[in-house]
Design a protein around this ligand. Structure first.
Ligand code: PLZ
Length: 452
């Protein structure tokens, strides 16, 4: 295990919450049960939840519920609160902006913070070529726009996505997403001209990066053809699909093929972006420079914002008025993003993610050495997964995974599952979590696995 100089976690911010796991009722407690009953009556059944609690405050590495329980947060609201929940710089920026104006619509009356976010993204994303950006509200909307832009630029239509890929819940992004349940089932018909290629999944396919790329490129050439293909879109590390890290050489070979064939290479860094993987963007870990990159989640410290950033000539392909939206690049969200990006760059968050990753990997590989049901531990930085299998057959064990996750939550540790086969627990804590609390959370995971 590499040792990394100790980096202080970012300041807790928000309400000064004791950084502790504290259970004063069973989960869910009575107040939370009341909210969940109202939720069932008032909110559409399709909108689920992982932890059955009523959240009332969050900061550092905890979420506090209405019953006074304090739960350890190992999920960051799905990789969003990377700078922490209510980082003081983000709070101050949001409060100042909200008191100034909440909205003008950037397409009507532009303002500084939108342009500042675009400048920052152009600067910090991989590659030193000339770049431009456009801002949107959600990850799915960024992906939709990246595809629009790539089609307009190439004057071609087909798009290739990958096995285990996740790109959103809108119609086009459902088509790009691989997994039927729960994301797509019954919601079709889906957008056309979307094709799927095989991914590099070292734990399950045993292929080298070069061989996996050859296989994918062969599918693309035979089933789509470069002449029809506008874009290839891929998460450098699959998020919802199971934190799948492709074998070395897979991504560079795809990028190279795209470059030679006039195909726009889009890296969806919505989950992997902004220091999460121990690099500002995961593309850097694989030595690739995408043509376009989609970002969201961690960008604005919890406020809704998303972006497409990329080669200026591609980004400028759209006619004036072709891109936009009422709220895209909302000034409050942009103020939060300017502050968050400042934190990512100047408060050692990349090093902090590496340190959190070293703790996670160290603890989980130690657990794996004793327990053959923990088939694979993988990931980078503060984006680490444990894949659970049947120890005899190596088959995915979704039931075990669900049982471990459920008992963690009952014990006051919020963990998220993922994976095409539902057999992965992913660890993506806020970087503001104190080390001791992270260790305690992992103690609870270990105990849950031992008793499952
Ligand atoms: N691309 C790589 O991870 C969002 C969604 C969870 P939105 N992932 C979490 C769920 O069940 O809805 C995501 C992602 C990648 C795109 C998206 C979509 O981002 O902001 O949720 O639209």
């Amino acid at each position: 295990m590499t040792t990394i100089d100790t980096v202080a976690a970012p300041p807790l911010g928000g309400p000064s919450l004791p950084q502790e796991r504290r259970l004063v009722t069973s989960i869910p407690g009575p107040r939370s049960q009341e909210l969940l009953a109202r939720k069932s009556a008032a909110v559409a059944a399709g909108v689920g939840h992982t932890a059955p609690i009523e959240a009332v405050a969050a900061g550092g590495g905890v979420i506090v519920d209405a019953d006074g329980n304090s739960l350890i947060d190992l999920g960051s609201g799905i990789a969003v609160t990377t700078v922490g929940n209510a980082h003081p710089k983000v709070v101050a920026a949001v409060q100042a902006q909200v008191a100034q104006f909440t909205h003008t619509c950037f397409m009507i009356s532009p303002y500084d913070s939108y342009v500042s976010v675009a400048e920052a993204l152009n600067r910090i994303t991989p590659g030193d070529h000339e770049k431009k950006s456009a801002l949107f509200n959600s990850g799915a909307e960024a992906v939709e726009n990246a595809i629009k832009i790539a089609r307009k630029f190439t004057k071609k239509q087909a798009v290739v996505a990958f096995d285990h890929g996740y790109h959103g819940r809108t119609n086009l992004t459902m088509a790009l997403t691989a997994k039927a349940m729960p994301y797509k089932s019954g919601f079709g018909p889906f957008a056309g001209e979307i094709y799927r290629a095989p991914l590099s999944y070292p734990f399950r396919d045993g292929l080298s990066g070069a061989d996996a790329a050859k296989k994918a490129i062969s599918v693309i050439e035979k089933q789509v053809g470069a002449d029809n293909l506008a874009a290839v879109i891929i998460e450098p590390i699959q998020g919802e699909g199971g934190f799948i890290v492709p074998a070395d050489g897979f991504l560079p070979a795809l990028v190279e093929w795209c470059r030679q064939n006039g195909v726009v290479f889009i890296a969806d860094e919505i989950q992997t972006g902004f220091a999460r993987t121990g690099a500002m963007f995961a593309s850097e870990l694989f030595g690739i420079v995408p043509d376009l990159i989609t970002t969201a989640k961690g960008i604005a410290g919890g406020l809704p914002l998303a972006a497409v950033t990329g080669r200026a000539e591609i980004m400028d392909a759209s006619h004036a008025g072709g891109l936009g939206g009422t709220y895209g690049g909302n000034p409050v969200a942009c103020a939060a993003a300017v502050a968050s990006i400042d934190v990512f760059e100047h408060e050692g968050l990349i090093e902090r993610a590496q340190q959190v990753g070293a703790i996670l990997t160290g603890r989980l590989t130690a657990l794996q050495a004793e327990d053959p049901r923990l088939g694979d531990v993988r990931g980078h930085g503060a984006m680490i997964a444990a894949e659970f299998v049947n120890a005899q057959t190596g088959e995915p064990d979704a039931a075990l995974t669900a049982a471990v996750a459920k008992s963690c939550i009952a014990e006051g540790v919020i963990v998220l599952t993922c994976g095409t086969y539902g057999n992965v627990i992913r660890f993506l804590p806020p970087l503001s979590i104190p080390d001791a609390l992270l260790h305690e959370g992992l103690d609870v995971v270990a105990a849950a696995l031992a008793s499952a």
